[in-house]
Design a protein around this ligand. Structure first.
Ligand code: SAH
Length: 283
């Protein structure tokens, strides 16, 4: 990314490469190859990020940075985005739906959204007191009937160290956590995540959006990327945007939030076959 950015102390950076060189010792221009480098600086970046979250209470208010009022509009917005996508991608197929909730925190997204649509949900979260809270809450959720919906696996790992089981997931949900990963680890995580999808499966990324470039948060050691920045990284992952939507109804002082549905094959553009062969006026 060539666009400049800021940190939360108001310091400016000429571009993201300059910031990553400083923060994690990444060598500009080396892209994903950097993921194995940076040694102590990279470890420090992640250690500080985790330390921040370890000091946060395991509650909705905690994982939402003191904005528990965001939970309801967030869940409603996500549902309005997800429902038509499920119909569109899987149609009337009788499919046993499995989702992965990435950086799940206390399982807020799993509990309020994913368990209502997916028979199985796995959670991956590096902070153990969040994951344990999720496990306690979710193991008593859901009915145990034939078509039970349940949280199945709880993986206590950060995304940069997690590899999803190949072909297990219909949907991989990544919300409010990918900013913890520098670009190189972002790209390698999504490349592994793609392998975790079933045919026609898709990824959802729901994240804060910087108006320009990026904003580096010195407190939780995360980065908020612009829409352009995300698009550039999705391209590097060879992921295609199937649909996007802006989240509405959040307090004005917060970053705008965007949802991206991402697929592994280039979506067909233009009219469907049926529309193409409909009689029309010859111009
Ligand atoms: N997605 C949840 C939690 C958001 S809070 C929700 O929307 O409610 C951000 C979460 O990211 C925290 O649970 C934090 O522990 C987690 N996190 C921090 N570093 C991470 C990393 N490297 N990989 C995955 N998750 C991380």
């Amino acid at each position: 990314m060539d666009t400049g950015g800021l940190d939360t102390d108001g310091r400016g950076f000429a571009n993201a490469s300059e910031m990553w060189a400083e923060e994690i010792g990444a060598v500009p221009g080396r892209g994903e190859e950097n993921a194995c480098c940076g040694g102590d600086k990279r470890r420090d970046w992640y250690r500080k990020g985790i330390a921040y979250w370890q000091g946060v209470e395991a509650s909705v208010d905690g994982v939402l940075g003191g904005y528990k009022c965001v939970n309801e509009p967030d869940v409603k917005g996500s549902e309005a985005f997800l429902k038509p996508l499920l119909a569109d991608r899987f149609g009337k197929q009788k499919r046993h739906l499995v989702a992965l909730d990435c950086g799940s925190g206390i399982g807020r997204v799993t509990k309020n959204l994913l368990l209502r649509y997916f028979q199985e949900v796995d959670l991956v979260e590096p902070v153990s007191h969040f994951l344990e809270d999720a496990r306690e809450k979710l193991s008593s959720e859901g009915d145990m009937g034939i078509d039970a919906h349940k949280a199945v696996n709880f993986f206590c790992l950060p995304l940069q160290e997690f590899t999803p089981e190949a072909g297990r997931y219909d949907v991989i949900w990544v919300q409010w956590c990918i900013g913890q990963l520098p670009d190189d680890d972002f790209v390698s995580f999504f490349k592994r995540a793609k392998v975790g999808l079933k045919p026609d499966g898709f990824l959802i990324v729901k994240e804060n959006i910087a108006r320009n470039g990026f904003v580096l948060d010195k407190e939780d050691h995360s980065i908020t990327r612009s829409d352009l920045y995300f698009k550039e990284l999705f391209k590097q992952c060879d992921l295609h945007i199937y649909k996007t939507k802006d989240q509405k109804g959040l307090p004005d002082e917060l970053f705008p939030v965007k949802m991206y549905a991402l697929v592994t094959n280039k979506p067909r553009v233009g009219k469907s076959k049926a529309q193409q062969y409909k009689p029309g006026i010859i111009m």
